[in-house]
Design a protein around this ligand. Sequence first.
Ligand code: ACO
Length: 434
Amino acid sequence: MSDSLTIIDNRTGKKYEVPISYGTYNTYGASIPASALRSIKSSDDDFGMMTYDPGYTNTAHCKSAITFVDGEKGILKYRGYSIEDLATRGNFLEVAYLILHGDLPNRSQLDEWEHEITHHTLIHESIKKFIEGFHYDAHPMIMLISTIAGLSSFYPMAGDTADQVRRTRQIHRLIAKLPTISAFAYRYRVGLRYSYPDNDLSYTGNFLKMLFKMTRSYTPDPILEKVLDVLFILHADHEQNCSTSVMRGVGSSLPDPYVSVAAAAAALYGPLHGGANERVVRMLREIGDKKNVPAYIKRVKAGEFRLMGFGHRVYKNYDPRAKILRGLFEQVFEATGRSPLLDVAVDLERIALEDDYFVERKLYPNVDFYSGIIYQAMGFPMDMFPVLFAIPRTVGWLAQWAELLEDPDLRIARPRQIYTGENERTYIPVESRE
Ligand code: ACO
């Protein structure tokens, strides 16, 4: 058996042999180089064959050693470690180090890493003016996206993407400053004085304090601090999703990472991606009561709208992150009190998982189905949900960006199209047009 594919072009009867290459697994990720199809032509002046793949449903646009997802089996791994192992035994900054560096840190590496991140949490005072330029009710994700892009102007050397030391410095800054900007955006919206970073706290503990500290001293609830840490681990990377491919696409033209992260965050904001958890809670509120679930499912099946938090481009099985989140319910609700939306969510899930429409299409709950319920119980307003996704995902975006810049195959992202417009037309002056 040879590792190649034989293609016969029935237009010409010609035979082509195309090499097959593999990633880590031979049964997952076999591919052929798309450029090999270009030699398949029906005549000499033929451009050559392309593949048509809207939404990149079956196109690998890079080789990556960071995250592995087997959607059929419901497996997610960062750098070879299962998400279940990392979520139950690791902490977010340790996992961030793993995603960025390839290996788990030893004690001194972890101490140094935590020190680096903690000591970049402050933002230039002028950055607050970006946030304050917004109307009081601007969506915090819009404030975040714009402010991240604005950061670029504070670090002009960040555009030197070939310099690894400078690159690393921007990575530290972005991971450290995202919680500060996010918390400041929140405080501005609700009209509270900013609460500055506290370097003695954990990454998530500090974030909670910057958000929720009022006049008295504030100690984060250790359960909620840990739950948020797990949520951040689950959201840290997810291979070539919509926002990550935007990060790689923008990064491929070699701008500084601030504008690339801003672009990736904009992609995340959409309701079909990181905006879905907000929509889930709105949907559960709209359903309001368990008794209304069957009628709601009926409308979904009739094609009126989609069931938010269900379905995934890659997972055709239970999203492993959703399973971990479901397991956190007890501790969360013990700390926060039971969410009234929980009964509706559980019933909706039960009915959907039994229904032929969802079974046939392999539509299972995704991470967003549960994250919104947990965030809401923890006291986060709904429009902060995509922000809570963007903070940890910044780690994944930056790891993918750094990997892209080191990739010998790096080329500017520039897909092809199949032109379906007019062939040849002649300009007619406006006076003569009908
Ligand atoms: N509710 C109802 N039907 C659905 C849903 C849903 N949530 N998702 C997919 N379907 C149906 C489609 O209508 C389609 O049915 P058809 O074959 O009869 O036309 C079939 O399932 C396949 O759907 P596609 O749109 O082809 O699936 P795709 O892989 O393109 O979309 C997506 C994936 C965008 C996540 C989709 O499932 C969806 O819109 N889900 C709701 C939004 C959501 O929860 N997004 C969060 C994703 S996870 C994340 O970003 C972290």
